[in-house]
Design a protein around this ligand. Structure first.
Ligand code: C2E
Ligand code: MG
Ligand code: MG
Length: 950
């Protein structure tokens, strides 16, 4: 990364500014731009004019005078006449600006006439000047001839300095040979007229007066001469005209009168800033201007060197520093305005305090400083560019997406590290390569150019996003899936010079998404589609089939007795079994069918485009068949069957829920009717189900509304006809007094789970009642309570018994639990444990409905039983049917053999009773003795006698 200049940057840009300032001071010091300064001065002078003083009059030796008096020089007595008339006229002072330094042509008498006039006047100032004497090879002062010099009121020098460009701008108030002994001609006139001599003279002093050599012309009190305007400003009277006898001499009263030549050819005319070379100004008029200037105190002082340098520095320092340090446009404007400000200042100085400051050096430096500003601005821009490039570089390096830039022909120019990782190529390797080389597109090659969208981006100079995810291989051949966007790299004209590709690698994301989707839609045990995917496919299938005459069938398959297997094998064994079942089911299906697992032991198969319902039936049979061979699990041979319910769209339902529910109903019917079979859903099933559901809802309410009661039926010991116990039997007494028998609602309660709270209530109520009777009637009265299979399996029977015993205070020895054969056979180990625990408390256990189940005698031996209750079906014909009698006899003998009490239920007649007595039955129960009675009725019955003799 290139190092960014920052800290000392401003110092760097200050150097050129300081350099320029020094250059400015140098230029200012040695007046290197004098020409330009003069130009400025002249331009200003031309504009800053003033009206001439009206007390100055020029007597002009003009063409008219020459015409009158003939060729120059004239006899000097004419000049004498002029001086006389001027004196008569009352002129304040007469500056006679004509050289009379040699004897005239008319001879000395003529000269005398002139010198006498001068003497008479007493107010004539005569000129002196320096002249090169080639004979003596030195300068010499030329004064008027001695008589005139003596007669003159004063002598003044008429030396005017011409600048190197030949223009007369300055005057020296004192000048002389070796020493500036002469006042300037106009100053001499002023002094004569009373101009305060005490006042210090204006002008720049000559600092080298002391070292001046005697042969040199020395000047002092330098001033710049501000002119009143172009030549011809001052009041001018023609020489000849003035001498006209008719001309009033008094026009010159109290005036400064300057006499001099103005006629072309005669005049010592000089170019001035106001007149230029084309219209030179006569010496007399220049003297008039000097006179006017001095009289009015308007002399302009050239600024001193020190002043010039300080002022230049002052004017330059602000814009230069601003230019150097700040690169914005405002600074440029502010500093640029100094270009106007500087000459304006010079003009103001000139006009207001009569000081001339030559501004050219400062102006030039200001102009030159513009490149400094530009340079500074450029440097700043470059710094910024570098900075931004560095930032962009870091950004590109740190972002996770790949960035590749190309030229207009799609060749790689740059790749960031992410793109290097993505493609497997280093930046160096990739530079100059075609995009296709480093991003080898894996698919859709046949569809033409893979990077057409990049070209499109370059052609249209617009961002183009690739519509689909691109699949390509990196250098090592690994596959990547990426989203690619191309943006144009434009030149200043907006034309695309290349493209920048943003590549976002979504391979991992896609993979994770796929995995997640798979997990969300598949069962993790069998890898079959789960409920959500099944429902999805089913609803899709319904949509597709809606407009055709075909059907959709779903086969709801529930494994029979899977819970038993699961308990036996443990969960991992159960899971493996489910996997095997899944495999077999899939094998039986077509590839287009969906075999899904809903959860537990439930599978659903979805058949689409069913034209004939027999297809579904055949498949169901195939399932039953394919499940027949035993499943081998760790040397165990396991046999499984399934119950299958089938529902069909649109016949059995038009939506997913309905179809699933009805297939479930059909499956339930199969379960009820013996399992290992299949059934199509029918409306009758539905009716039954509806009825059952209604009953379930009512039963739930019944429990809440206390519509359930317990009736009690006495149990009589045959040896002494004593009531030794009662059996609690549930009754549902409806609002209208109808009594619903338990055979109708207990199965519903079993299925819905309502049996659990119900059973708890029965336990509590029966034991509570038993306690009352024990206290009131017979303390050894036993309470037989029927235990439901589900309550036995799922409820916390031992815990509830303990609670009931504690709550009611009943002696556990008086509780008899009636359990059906089927129930204990379902889970022998658990049954034995519960029974043992209960017996430890002192209770007894009976097998109800004995003979209807398939108890193995060997098992029976293991159970800690107390009593067998022979099922009513054996009792019904006991007195008429020898077989029944035989069976009853066998049971009684066997029971007694096992040390158990044998009871008979459903005894309705005396002959049945007699038979049982004969066979040695211990206890009987039946309508012959008593119907099951509400507690109050039984209380009164028992209160009468505890013996029922019939
Ligand atoms: P179960 O335990 O075998 O009860 C004997 C059934 O035979 C009772 O029918 C009783 O009223 C009836 N019965 C008794 N003597 C005679 C007779 O001489 N002739 C005829 N025809 N019937 C007689 P119920 O009360 O309708 O009960 C039927 C079954 O409902 C019971 O059979 C029992 O399995 C179940 N059950 C009754 N109450 C409960 C209970 O609270 N909990 C549980 N889990 N099941 C109960
Ligand atoms: Mg019973
Ligand atoms: Mg029974």
């Amino acid at each position: 990364m290139r190092k960014v200049r920052s800290g000392n940057a401003w110092l760097g840009s200050l150097f050129p500014a300081v350099g320029l300032l020094i250059l400015g001071l140098l230029l200012s010091y040695n007046q290197g731009l004098e020409r330009f300064d003069r130009f400025l001065y002249d331009s200003l002078s031309r504009h800053i004019t003033r009206p001439p003083a009206d007390n100055i009059v020029i007597i002009a030796i003009d063409e008219e005078s020459l015409a009158k008096y003939g060729q120059w020089p004239w006899p000097r007595h004419i000049h004498g006449d002029l001086i006389d008339k001027l004196s008569v006229g009352g002129a304040k002072v007469i500056g006679f600006d004509i050289i009379i330094s040699e004897t005239g042509r008319e001879g000395s008498q003529d000269d005398t006439l002139f010198s006498e006039a001068v003497a008479r006047s007493g107010r004539v100032i005569m000129p002196v000047f320096a002249e090169w004497n080639p004979g003596r090879n030195r300068l010499q002062v030329r004064k008027p001839i001695p008589a005139v010099s003596a007669a003159a009121a004063g002598l003044g020098h008429v030396d005017f300095e011409l600048d190197s460009d030949g223009i007369m701008r300055r005057a020296f108030l004192n000048a002389g040979l070796g020493f500036p002994e002469w006042n300037a001609f106009s100053l001499e006139m002023l002094l004569f007229a009373g101009f305060p001599a005490s006042k210090p003279l204006p002008g720049r002093r000559n600092t080298s007066l002391d070292s001046a050599s005697p042969g040199n012309w020395v000047r002092d009190y330098e001033i710049l001469l501000p002119f009143t305007g172009k030549p011809g400003q001052f009041k001018r009277i023609s020489y000849a005209q003035f001498l006209d006898p008719d001309f009033d001499p008094y026009v010159v009263r109290d005036k400064f009168v300057l006499v001099g030549t103005t006629a072309s050819g005669l005049s010592d005319a000089l170019p001035t800033p106001v007149s230029g070379e084309s219209l030179p100004m006569s010496g007399v008029e220049i003297n008039a201007n000097l006179l006017d200037t001095l009289e009015n105190g308007l002399a302009v002082l050239p600024i001193s060197t020190a002043g010039r340098l300080s002022f230049t520095a002052l004017l330059l320092i602000f814009p230069l520093v601003a230019f150097a340090l700040f690169a914005n446009k405002t600074v440029q404007i502010v500093a640029g305005s100094f270009l106007v400000f500087i000459p304006l200042t010079a003009a103001l100085l000139l006009v207001k305090i009569h000081i001339w400051y030559p501004p050219a050096a400062a102006m030039l430096i200001l102009l030159l400083s513009y490149p400094v500003w530009v340079w500074n601005r450029l440097a700043q821009l470059v710094r910024k560019l570098f900075q931004e490039r560095d930032h962009a570089d870091i950004t590109l390096k740190s972002i996770g997406d790949g960035v590749i830039t190309t030229d207009a022909s799609c060749r790689v120019k740059y790749m960031n590290p992410a793109a290097e990782r993505l493609t497997g190529y280093s930046r160096r390797e990739a530079e100059g390569c075609r995009l296709e080389t480093i991003l080898r597109v894996a698919e859709k090659e046949e569809e033409g150019e893979p990077f057409a969208f990049v070209r499109q981006c370059i052609e249209t100079a617009d961002i183009v996003q690739q519509q689909e995810e691109a699949v390509f291989h990196d250098k090592s051949g690994r596959k990547h899936i990426a989203c690619v966007t191309a943006g144009p790299l434009k030149d200043h004209a907006g034309k695309a010079m290349g493209a920048v590709l943003g590549i976002s690698d979504v391979t991992e994301k896609n993979y994770a998404l796929e995995k997640l989707t798979y997990q969300a839609t598949h069962d993790f045990i069998t890898n079959l589609p789960n409920r959500s995917l099944l429902f999805d496919r089913l609803s899709q299938a319904i949509l597709r089939t809606r407009r055709s005459d075909k059907s959709v069938a779903i086969l709801f398959l529930d494994l029979d007795n899977f819970k038993k297997v699961n308990d036996q094998l443990g969960h991992s064994g159960g899971d493996r079994l489910l996997q095997m079942v899944g495999v077999r089911l899939k094998k039986a299906c077509r590839s287009g069918d969906t075999v899904a697992r809903l959860g537990g032991d439930e599978f659903v198969v979805l058949l689409e485009e069913v034209t004939d319902l027999r297809i579904a039936a055949t498949l169901a049979e195939k399932f039953i068949h394919i499940l027949q061979p035993p499943f081998m699990l760790d040397d165990h041979e396991l046999f499984l069957t399934a119950s299958i319910g089938i529902s069909v769209f649109p016949k059995d339902g038009t939506d997913v829920d309905m179809l699933m529910k009805n297939a479930d109903i059909a499956m339930y019917e199969v379960k009820k009717s013996g399992r290992n079979n299949y059934l199509f859903f029918s409306d009758r099933m539905n009716e039954l189900i509806q009825k059952r559901l209604r009953l379930e809802a009512e039963l739930r309410n019944a429990l809440n509304r206390a519509e359930l009661r317990l009736y009690y039926q006495p149990q009589i010991r045959l040896s002494d006809n004593r009531v030794i116990g009662v059996e609690a039997l549930l009754r549902w007494v409806k609002d209208d007094g109808r009594i619903i028998p338990p055979t109708l609602f207990i199965p519903v309660a079993e299925e819905s789970g309502l049996i659990l709270p119900l059973s708890e209530w029965v336990l509590q109520t029966a034991c509570g009642q038993a306690k009352i009777w024990q206290e009131q009637i017979n303390e050894s009265l036993r309470m037989s309570i029927n235990i439901s299979p589900r309550h036995f399996r799922e409820g916390n029977l031992p815990g509830q018994l303990i609670k009931v015993i504690r709550d009611t205070g009943i002696n556990p020895e008086n509780i008899d639990l009636e359990i059906t054969e089927g129930l204990i056979m379902q889970d022998i180990d658990r049954s034995v444990t519960i029974m043992r625990d209960f017996k430890l408390l002192g209770g007894t256990v009976s097998i109800d409905d004995f003979g209807t189940g398939y108890s193995s005698l060997s098992y029976l031996k293991q159970f800690p039983l107390d009593k067998l209750k022979i099922d009513k079906s054996f009792i019904d014909d006991i007195d008429r049917n020898r077989k029944d009698e035989g069976l009853a006899k066998t049971i009684i003998t066997m029971g007694h053999g096992l040390g158990l009490t044998v009871a008979a239920e459903g005894v309705e007649t005396r002959s049945q009773l007699e038979k049982l007595r004969q066979l040695g039955c211990d206890v009987v129960q039946g309508f012959y003795y008593s119907q099951p009675l509400p507690p109050e009725a039984l209380t009164s019955l028992l209160a009468k006698s505890q013996f029922i003799n019939k």
